[in-house]
Design a protein around this ligand. Structure first.
Ligand code: G
Ligand code: G
Ligand code: MN
Ligand code: NA
Length: 252
């Protein structure tokens, strides 16, 4: 309840922090993209991870104004990096209720017009279930976003196969393979499953990103499977903007 009340108050945004996790382009070995991941620096509870407050914010609807704030902050920061010579695209997680609220297109347009980031440097990550929830209205908004030049990614792919057919009818740019695909599979089977999903992505002209790459073995596996990109603790954890800026600059 306390969490719900606080998240409804924009004054609380001062306590929100955006961390950024690099996403590697495997053929070049370059960190060409980031995923923005929100944290709440709570005065009493310390650093709270999104799993402990995003579901509440989704239930109350507070996630919509919060994401509006996040869009502005992330686009501002990414534009600043571009000016400093760090050219990266950035992914933002979008909740299902934001897609169905009907304001997402306007929110994204406003945030992009406030800064100088090319629209194709912004990737909106949508989960399978949020896309499947309202395919008509959602699809309409997705097409408007794509017309604006924004890119869309399917997040947590592999956790809801029942919605696959409807999903594939949507205008996506990237398929992000859920980290569960890398976990608990014996390496040889794992590569086969991954290869099949990457082949599916290729044939649909989607880029593929493997999530949750923690070890060199897993990196080898996702490379063998033909993934275009990889994200995970092997490369870096999500970090505050200042650290990320240093991390990127040390690699140019
Ligand atoms: O590192 P991590 O614990 O940050 O993220 C856990 C989960 O929270 C992930 O599923 C991620 O998609 C989600 N998440 C992180 N940041 C945001 C955000 O800004 N908005 C939404 N809707 N979800 C987020
Ligand atoms: O659902 P979404 O893809 O938005 O979630 C991103 C989440 O995955 C964040 O919580 C992030 O911290 C976490 N994450 C990123 N890389 C790794 C990794 O290599 N291993 C594990 N276990 N989690 C990771
Ligand atoms: Mn994500
Ligand atoms: Na994911």
């Amino acid at each position: 309840l306390e969490v719900a009340t606080k998240l409804a108050d924009p004054a609380t945004y001062d306590q929100l922090e955006v961390h950024y996790q690099p996403i590697m382009h495997l053929p070049s070995g370059k960190a060409s993209a980031l995923e923005a991941l929100i944290r709440w620096r709570h005065p009493e509870r310390g650093l709270m991870m999104p799993d402990s407050f995003i579901p509440v914010a989704e239930e109350t609807g507070a996630v919509v104004p919060m994401t509006r704030w996040l869009l502005d902050e992330v686009i501002r920061q990414t534009t600043e990096w571009a000016v400093e010579g760090v050219d990266v695209s950035v992914g933002i997680n979008i909740s299902a209720c934001h897609l169905s609220s009907g304001t997402l297109v306007a929110d994204v347009r406003r945030a992009l017009s406030a800064h100088d980031l090319p629209a194709d440097h912004l990737v909106l990550e949508l989960t399978e279930t949020s896309i499947a929830e309202d395919p008509v209205r959602g699809g309409e908004q997705m097409r408007e976003l794509v017309a604006m030049g924004v890119r869309l990614a399917i997040d947590d792919f592999g956790t809801g196969w029942s919605t696959l057919a409807r999903l594939l009818a949507m205008p996506m740019d990237t398929l992000k393979l859920d980290r569960s695909l890398l976990q608990g599979v014996c390496a040889s089977d794992g590569v086969d499953v991954m290869s099949a999903i990457v082949a599916l992505a290729d044939s649909l002209r989607l880029r593929s990103t493997a999530e949750g790459v923690e070890t060199l073995d897993q990196l080898r596996m996702v490379s063998e499977a033909g993934c275009d990109y990889a994200q995970g603790w092997l490369f870096a954890r999500a970090m505050p903007a200042a650290d990320l800026g240093r991390w990127m600059k040390a690699r140019v």
